[in-house]
Design a protein around this ligand. Structure first.
Ligand SMILES: *[C@@H]1O[C@H](CO)[C@@H](O)[C@H](O)[C@H]1NC(C)=O
Ligand SMILES: *[C@@H]1O[C@H](CO)[C@@H](O)[C@H](O)[C@H]1NC(C)=O
Ligand SMILES: *[C@@H]1O[C@H](CO)[C@@H](O)[C@H](O)[C@H]1NC(C)=O
Length: 318
């Protein structure tokens, strides 16, 4: 009976391995639009897909980022400036994409642009702090997706969204986890809505990687700024010692453990865009696989106990 079970499991992995190896044809005729190509995952993915021969349409926030990317890639790759918080900027970019892809449509849309700060404990923050993050990570992404879906449908292409492991388990307060939970929430409905049109929807859930987002100095500064703005009675509840332990946890444990090799994430994205049978979800990074995902499946009381033990205790805690 055990032998039978082992054989079944082996067969499952064999079939999965075989299915996942099949690559879509005519990659050189396919257009992929990527947001947030100035740095990090978007930048590496743009170079990687360009090397693979796809036609990359790279959206950058800054002209400097766009220029640098163009010097590192073939002339097939084109850049456009895009601020996902501005409707006019999104419609201009969508029109630009439409002119390029023509009747072929857009094979891939990669919603990658994102920011993480301000964050900290929820009570230290203002509504505007949440709005700042949600505007880029969630509403910006929704507007970009809605503007480009007609072109993706035409190509029976793929939408790839970059979520995060904190889209399953919120370790800290602030808009970031909320935005990523939002991305996950949309995924379910959009996946089923678009399946009848032959469009596949994929989520990537990276752990922490060394990108612009995990820049230690800037993150610490932003947490500190959030704290500085908090009301005096809130500061008294938490105490300076809480803040210093919180910053220490970030600077000595969380941020240094961010992984250097961004290819682990962009390889998942590349697979999602080039395989005949992409997965619905990809997780990347050891912290995602060994910490966040198992934690997210644990009973809540157990996960709470572990996280409460890890996080500092407020001064006026009962
Ligand atoms: C890096 O992050 C900072 C703050 O989070 C942001 O202002 C800046 O635009 C980002 N740079 C790029 C290239 O995305
Ligand atoms: C991707 O994000 C867009 C906009 O937030 C949303 O409409 C869509 O459902 C998301 N898809 C996935 C797989 O998360
Ligand atoms: C980075 O990750 C990729 C994909 O997981 C792997 O193929 C590559 O060897 C790694 N590079 C380094 C320097 O570890």
């Amino acid at each position: 009976m055990w032998l039978c079970l082992a054989a079944l499991v082996g067969l499952y992995y064999l079939v999965r391995w075989y299915r996942e190896r099949q690559v879509v044809s005519h990659l050189r005729d396919k257009y992929v639009f990527i947001t947030g190509c100035d740095s990090g995952f978007g930048n590496l993915l743009a170079r990687q897909l360009d090397m693979r021969g796809l036609r990359v349409l790279a959206a950058c926030l800054t002209e400097k980022g766009a220029e640098e990317l163009r010097t590192q890639t073939s002339d097939r790759l084109e850049t456009v400036s895009l601020d996902v918080t501005k409707t006019e900027s999104i419609s201009a970019a969508a029109q630009w994409v439409k002119e390029r892809v023509g009747d072929r449509g857009l094979w891939g849309l990669v919603n990658n642009a994102g920011i993480s700060s301000p964050f900290g404990c929820n009570e230290w923050l203002t509504k505007q702090d949440f709005v700042t993050v949600l505007e880029v990570n969630l509403l910006g992404m929704i507007e970009v997706t809605l503007s480009l879906l007609p072109l993706v449908r035409k190509a029976r292409g793929r939408v790839v969204n970059v979520s995060s492991v904190v889209g399953r388990l919120s370790l800290v307060g602030g808009g970031y986890s909320i935005s990523k939970h939002g991305v996950e929430a949309f995924s379910d409905s959009l996946r089923r809505e678009l399946a009848p049109f032959g469009v596949k929807v994929v989520v990537i859930e990276p752990g922490s990687f060394k990108t612009n987002m995990t820049n230690t100095e800037r993150v610490l500064q932003q947490v500190q700024e959030g704290w500085n703005r908090a009301r005096p009675e809130i500061k008294e509840l938490y105490g300076e010692k809480f803040l210093s332990s919180y910053l220490k946890l970030l600077s000595e444990h969380v941020l240094p453990s961010a992984e250097e090799n961004l290819s682990e994430v962009t390889d998942c994205m590349e697979h999602a865009l080039t395989a005949c049978h992409p997965r619905t979800r990809y997780s990347a990074g050891w912290d995602a696989k060994l910490f966040y995902l198992p934690m997210s499946y644990m009973p809540t009381f157990l996960a709470d106990a572990i996280l409460t033990w890890i996080l500092p205790r407020p001064a006026k805690a009962l």
